[in-house]
Ligand binder design. Structure first.
Ligand SMILES: CC(=O)SCCNC(=O)CCNC(=O)[C@H](O)C(C)(C)COP(=O)(O)OP(=O)(O)OC[C@H]1O[C@@H](n2cnc3c(N)ncnc32)[C@H](O)[C@@H]1OP(=O)(O)O
Length: 458
């Protein structure tokens, strides 16, 4: 089986290779930090991993999985090669005690546009026990792990946030957003563009191999997309052990084939039940590797018999869905959320690791309270290739250059992929312009040829 973490080129990331267990005594008074890799083994053989998962669930106010459900989570996290940090009361052992602080990280690719990608340090499961909050445990874990990622040469960290006010202080900025939408599918619904190929219903378990292959193709075309976690292998195949013992929860699935019979996309969805006032379905995973496939999948969804509403939690902000329909008012946005938060650790590696569609030159004065990216950077783009120098470094001129823009690393991380406008952040007072028009120039320089969107959660 091809797992979401496997890549055709065999790349698993520099970072995950050289890991060893370690213990850093006294990260804070009376608190020890332990770091260890997910083993992928069942709870009976990995009490440390099991207690880590229990702590994460409890801190998110969720029920703790047990038995086969817990073993499945441990297996999935092992596939992701997650590294866990646990903060423990001094003198207690991870094998027998739950941590009071948790922090997971793993390596996945981040698409930077035009099929280019850089390694990302993906962060998840950040929690602190209710009784230990606001004592600096998150700050200590974040600092320790960003230090480690930066030392390993990973250019960017990424996360999705439970609350929007936590992570900017650590240099993270919102790079992509998503919407929750409801599509009114009652009566005659017409699409604006052509629909081709055919849809076939399949068993969700048949997505085991097809899902990752199609996702891999789709995500390479989408700046902002990241490699999926192994959890998707049970989400889309409806085989979560924690739900109905893995026997399925009624997820339906359909695949789009193009006119030549090649699969190009798929959708999973769930019926919300006949007790609803308006019969509706909720889309789970929707992956389209071509624009034609996206149209065909939505043609299928809006024409489901008896269904008068389709809900979807992962619509992009570019109004693609509205433009797909002859009547764009059928789409109602019911929620709006920041999705991918980025934190640039290595300015030069990030800015040279993405495509450009025009030439230009800008000097950026970057502040960074954690120090990784601070400095005055000259970005020069010629023929689609960027050169980046930190002014004042030994080999560059110690000149008195006036920066075109001053901004914090959180803002540079926000605008980096081109999904957020530097000019808008200037207007919001988050970026200071020293040369009129420089923010608009940066916006144009960073613009992509495709919408910037992260189509997964992690
Ligand atoms: C990527 C993810 O996993 S997102 C999930 C985050 N986890 C959760 O939401 C679960 C519930 N909440 C928690 O477990 C904890 O409250 C955490 C993890 C959010 C914060 O942990 P703590 O140890 O309390 O944070 P810590 O004391 O280190 O605070 C660090 C800074 O963040 C600020 N901060 C902490 N929590 C929040 C919050 N919820 N909202 C805004 N600011 C916050 C603190 O004020 C402090 O600011 P300062 O250092 O600039 O003065």
């Amino acid at each position: 089986m091809m797992r979401p973490t496997d890549r055709p080129d065999g790349h698993r990331g520099r970072f995950t290779g050289g890991f060893t267990d370690e213990r850093t005594a006294e990260i804070l008074p009376g608190l020890d930090l332990h770091r260890f890799r997910s083993s992928g083994r069942p709870a009976a053989e990995d009490p440390r991993g099991a207690r880590m998962i229990a702590a994460v669930e409890r801190n998110f106010y969720e029920a703790v999985p047990t038995g086969a459900a817990l073993d499945q989570v441990l297996d999935l996290y092992g596939q992701d090669q997650r590294t866990y940090v646990g903060v423990y009361e001094a003198g207690t052992e991870p094998e027998t005690t739950e941590p009071v602080g948790t922090f997971a990280s793993f390596s996945k690719h981040l698409q930077t546009g035009a099929g280019r990608e850089i390694e990302g340090f993906l962060i998840s499961d950040v929690t602190v026990r209710s009784t230990h909050r606001r004592r600096g445990i998150l700050r200590a874990m974040m600092r320790a792990e960003l230090d480690r990622a930066a030392a390993a040469g990973i250019p960017v960290a990424a996360l999705s946030a439970s609350e929007a006010t936590i992570y900017r202080r650590f240099g993270f900025g919102v790079a992509t957003t998503r919407r929750t939408v409801e599509v009114d599918t009652g009566g005659e619904v017409a699409l604006a563009g052509p629909v081709s190929g055919s849809m076939r219903m399949i068993q969700p378990k048949d997505l085991r191999d097809l899902g990752p292959a199609l996702y891999d193709r789709a995500h390479r075309q989408s700046p902002g997309a990241v490699g999926r976690t192994a959890a998707y292998s049970v989400i889309e195949t409806d085989t979560w052990m924690s739900k109905n013992d893995g026997k399925g929860t009624g997820v339906l699935a359909a695949v789009h084939h193009d006119d030549g019979g090649t699969p190009r996309g798929y959708v999973t969805y769930t019926f919300n039940g006949w007790d609803q006032k308006v019969p509706s379905v909720k889309v789970g995973v929707l992956v389209a590797s071509t624009a034609a496939s996206f149209r065909a999948i939505w043609d299928y969804l809006v024409h489901l018999d008896l269904i008068r509403k389709v809900e979807w939690g992962f619509a992009s902000d570019d109004r693609l869905l509205e433009n797909l329909l002859v009547d764009p008012r059928r789409v109602t946005t019911t929620g709006y959320a920041d999705q991918l938060w980025l934190r640039i650790l290595d300015v030069a590696a990030c800015l040279t690791g993405r495509p450009y569609h025009r030439d230009g030159e800008l000097v950026l004065e970057v502040t960074d309270s954690l120090g990784y990216a601070a400095g005055t950077w000259r970005l020069t783009v010629e023929g689609g290739t960027a050169g980046v120098v930190r002014l004042g470094d030994a080999e560059t001129e110690l000149e008195t250059v006036t920066a075109d823009l001053s901004l914090d690393i959180a803002e540079l991380s926000s605008v980096y992929l081109g999904g957020v406008s530097a000019e808008v952040l200037r207007q919001a007072g988050r970026i200071t312009e020293h040369r009129p028009g420089a923010a608009a120039e940066l916006t144009a320089l960073l613009a992509q040829d495709r919408p910037v969107f992260c189509m997964t959660g992690f």
